[in-house]
Design a protein around this ligand. Structure first.
Ligand code: CAA
Length: 381
């Protein structure tokens, strides 16, 4: 199997690495040798770490030998599958897809790793709309087990099946959305966590450190919410927030993230965001207080409401939402599972309380209201 990956940044180099670990021949394409050489260093470093921990059996050198790098699309002329992972700019993505469409064999699939741009908009730049699909990896790709598979309104069943199968061959667990929604499952839920975290802080109900302490110490998440935002990149967070809200999701007024981006403090990648890191690009776990005023059910209530919306609209079911959160974000439990154990009534009461303060996004979803009145849970005990 031969795969092309276009874009060798944070996600692209990780996806190329994952494909090579699975024994695939990879053609990694970017615009300059400087960028590609940086990607090579990052892949080699990551492979060494995986090798030392016994996660991979083949030597980093033998895996790296499967990756050919190029500044030209010509290397993609016989690939079976191509994945685009360039910055989240629609015009740029359309340009890349147009190039790929010219070079990649007509029967091969073109996938985008976008986290927020509509797949149909990208597909329309090609002459093979039914063979274009969303294949959304999580950072860092070598460690995170999830791939969201997102068909556009044009994508054929055959394309979906092939992509689901390929995700498995890459050692990932695919979650397939039945219909495309902006932000997919992952980033819609992530956005709601960010919004509530931000609202808490801006309303003076908790500090940034308290929000993150609740996330890490009470919900046992691997990172706090602001810490995760720093890790993902605050520019990426602001972009995905904008795209999801512009395409119809209700907003929660909050300026903390935008202000950080305006100050060019983008998180781990610049060495400073809400927290300070050892050097640009180097993440180290943030130190947090043990105590927090914020209750865990309050922090997740808006995210659970979003989960209910996804179920109501038949995008995915509760189990699939939880798979996304466990395998895409390394949550120890899914968000709907957490809602069950923290009490759906508590979740709804939090939503009602904040809704009554004038935040429309917190209007409890009818699914949650019905479940509370009938005493139902997402999972049977
Ligand atoms: N390659 C190989 N190994 C890596 C690695 C990489 N890219 N990154 C980290 N590791 C290794 C480390 O070397 C370390 O190994 P040792 O235990 O042998 O020292 C191990 O993984 C653990 O790493 P750390 O000690 O640095 O820190 P940690 O224990 O906190 O784990 C983490 C790091 C796995 C990233 C963990 O914090 C985590 O799961 N965080 C959540 C990440 C997440 O939510 N990602 C999704 C973001 S959303 C997204 O990507 C989609 C989008 O559209 C925005």
């Amino acid at each position: 199997m031969q795969i092309a990956v276009v874009g060798s940044g944070t996600m692209g180099h990780g996806i190329a690495e994952v494909a090579a670990i699975s024994g695939m021949e990879v053609k990694l394409i970017d615009v300059s040798w400087d960028i590609l050489n940086r990607a090579k260093e990052r892949m080699t470093d990551s492979l060494k770490r995986l090798y030392e921990r016994g996660v991979i059996k083949d030597s980093p050198d033998s895996i790296m030998s499967l990756i050919e790098m190029s500044v030209s699309y010509d290397v993609a002329k016989s690939v079976d599958f191509a994945i685009e992972a360039v910055p989240e700019i629609l015009d740029l993505k359309r340009k890349v897809f147009n190039e790929l469409d010219k070079v990649v064999p007509k029967e091969s699939i073109l996938a985008t790793n976008t986290s927020s741009i509509p797949i149909s908009d990208v597909a329309e730049a090609t002459s093979r709309k039914q063979k274009v699909i969303g294949m959304h990896f999580f950072n860092p790709p070598p460690l995170m087990k999830l791939v969201e598979v997102i068909p556009s309104k044009y994508t054929s069943e055959e394309t979906v099946d092939f992509t689901v199968d390929l995700s498995k061959k890459m050692g990932k667990t695919p979650v397939r959305l039945r219909v495309e929604v902006p932000g997919f499952v992952s980033n819609r839920i992530f956005l709601r966590l960010l919004q509530e975290a931000c609202r808490e802080v801006e309303a003076g109900e908790a500090t940034i450190e308290e929000v993150d302490s609740t996330a890490r110490n009470k919900l046992n998440l691997p990172m706090g919410i602001f810490e995760l935002a720093d890790y993902v990149g605050l520019d990426v967070v602001v972009d995905l927030w904008k795209v999801i809200v512009e395409r119809g999701a209700s907003d929660v007024k909050c300026s903390s993230f935008k202000r950080k981006v305006e100050a060019k403090e983008l998180g781990v990648k610049t060495g400073k965001g809400f927290y300070t890191y050892p050097s640009p690009g180097k993440y180290s776990k943030v130190k947090l207080p043990q105590e927090s005023r914020l209750k865990p059910e309050r922090l997740i209530s808006l995210a659970v409401n979003e989960g209910a919306w996804l179920i109501e609209n038949d995008i995915v079911n509760a189990h699939e939402i939880d798979t996304v959160m466990k395998l895409g974000f390394n949550f120890p439990k899914g968000i709907m599972e957490m809602a069950d154990s923290l009490g759906l009534e508590n979740i709804v009461n939090n939503l009602k309380g904040i809704y009554n303060l004038g935040y429309k996004a917190y209007e409890p979803n009818p699914i949650l209201l019905n479940m509370v009145s009938s005493g139902a849970k997402f999972y049977k005990a």
